[in-house]
Write a protein that binds this ligand. Sequence first.
Ligand code: 13P
Length: 249
Amino acid sequence: MARRKIVAGNWKMNMTPSEAVKLAEELKPLVQSDSVDVVYCVPAIDIIPVVEAVKGTNVAVGAENMYFEEKGAFTGEISAAMLKDAGVQYVILGHSERRDYFKEDDALLNKKVKKAFEAGLTPILCCGESLEQREMGVTMDWIRFQIKSDLVGVSADQVASMVIAYEPIWAIGTGKTATTEQAQEVCKGIRDCIAEIYDDATAASVRIQYGGSVNAGNAAELFAQSDIDGGLVGGASLKPDFGKIVNYQ
Ligand code: 13P
């Protein structure tokens, strides 16, 4: 069975609640699609108003992060159950900005991935290499390490239902997109890694996005690759252009 494409916006730390509702309203007619899953991953404070704003549309809402503990004395954190109760379906985990600026490591991310599944959320697990790692020729070793450690104890059925986003760090917010060949090569490498850890059916089912300067001009070519099942979009998800990315065909 062909995998359904999934195009997700990562709004990062942009949009106040009122701006978020305005953007969701503006994008509403532009992101309609019968063939592509559309997700807005929004700042925590925007979740409730955006869930309300997209009610009755084809858009699902995601969070940009969560904590792995059930509840309690973790000032400033948000639990998986809180997200689920607010109407969230997806959660980005392990974005390079969180790994880098907030020092999230793979042991922590593994706990977060497992907790997300336990709460009924679909993780969008990010991985990707730095420019230095690419130049050293260790891209795939690094990404395999990330995937393998983040998925310890995660079942084949869970992996089959999740989303993995390949985001080369050097292509994020730089306007420098990976070439179609580079993006396809790594996305295929990730699928091969899943086949090795699990099996072919799981690898054939997991959806793998490319992220890093995706825009209305390059989406069609990237998404046409056999192992690229859509995109995780930063800057261009805050503009009407996002509608063109969703409707790239
Ligand atoms: P840009 O699309 O702005 O490069 O961001 C990509 C990204 O980090 C999505 O998670």
